[in-house]
Design a protein around this ligand. Structure first.
Ligand SMILES: NC(=O)c1ccc[n+]([C@@H]2O[C@H](COP(=O)([O-])OP(=O)(O)OC[C@H]3O[C@@H](n4cnc5c(N)ncnc54)[C@H](OP(=O)(O)O)[C@@H]3O)[C@@H](O)[C@H]2O)c1
Length: 265
């Protein structure tokens, strides 16, 4: 073979190893802050084109985009309320205009509204379920055809350890996160014939605004239940999502990867 062609193939292979997400378009819901932010940065760092979705933190989302643009990837901001189906459909149209068809959707946007069940209002239930589970429905609907038709289409849902263990004051959140696991497993069946995968990551307690809002004495009690005796950093969740998004995870589907400091140990 011509030595130039061999050299070119070797360079492409080396680039692929350095930037395994080169040429992939990824959407990360709720990536202005916390875990989603680190996922977007991680995907961008590995060469992806990333749509950085947010609800109201415009400055934070722009900062994420600037950081990705300064590295191996490229990014656009993509404001949309994931609870609003038409808003998410508009977002999908804008993302396709910027980057073409989408390969990877990460359903990460989430909220809590904690209250003991006997005092929980229907509004608090709906708000949490609509965002964590309904938001995943809306975004998955908007990008489903893209993922199904992509070469290595990927759906990655961000669940939670609480979806498995339950938690005092979080019946709404636990229900939504368990629901997300069932949703993931069902779509794994439906996507499999197309060579696309659906998986979930279930983080344990992770240091973000969501956990900072919990009272310090309760945080301490939670830490005591974690074998590694500390909360995760969002940077420790993101590489797992990057792996699931990559071609290296082709044979992994319908799975939930727990990243929780050994809470089942
Ligand atoms: N932190 C933990 O301990 C933990 C543990 C397990 C699982 N998780 C899950 O991980 C995910 C991220 O949590 P986090 O701790 O990183 O939360 P966070 O720091 O509070 O960030 C939440 C993100 O979601 C976005 N968001 C909220 N509602 C939205 C909506 N309706 N439409 C679009 N975006 C919306 C926010 O956008 P704005 O900035 O614009 O508000 C923000 O980017 C959630 O699904 C959460 O349930 C977290």
């Amino acid at each position: 073979m011509n030595s130039k062609i061999v050299q070119h193939a070797a360079t492409t292979e080396a680039q692929q190893r350095a930037n395994p997400l080169d040429g992939k378009t990824c959407v990360v819901t709720g990536s202005s802050r916390g875990i989603g932010r680190e996922i977007a940065l991680e995907l961008g760092r590995h060469g992806a084109s990333v749509a950085v979705n947010y609800l109201s933190s415009a400055d934070a989302a722009h900062e994420v985009v600037d950081r990705i643009d300064a590295g191996a990837g490229e990014a656009v901001v993509a404001q949309a309320d994931v609870t609003d189906r038409s808003d998410v459909d508009d977002l999908a149209a804008r993302v396709r205009e910027s980057f073409g068809s989408v390969d990877v959707l990460v359903n990460n946007a989430g909220i809590t509204a904690d209250r003991r069940f006997d005092e929980m209002s229907r509004e608090e239930w709906d708000r949490v379920v609509d965002t964590n589970l309904g938001g995943a429905f809306n975004a998955t609907k908007a990008f489903y055809d893209d993922i199904r038709e992509a070469d290595h289409g990927r759906l990655v849902n961000v669940a939670s350890v609480v979806g498995f263990t339950g938690n005092y004051g979080q019946s709404n959140y636990a229900a939504a996160k368990s629901g997300l696991v069932g949703f993931t497993r069902a779509l794994a069946h439906e996507l499999a014939p197309h060579g696309a995968t659906a998986n979930a990551v279930a983080p344990g307690y992770t240091r973000t605004d969501m956990v900072d809002d919990v009272r310090e004495d309760i945080q301490e009690r939670i830490r005591e239940r974690i074998p590694l005796r500390r909360f995760a950093d969002a940077e420790e969740i993101a590489p797992v999502v990057r792996f699931l998004a990559s071609d290296a995870a082709d044979y992994l589907t319908g799975e939930v990867v727990n990243v929780n400091g050994g809470m089942y140990a």
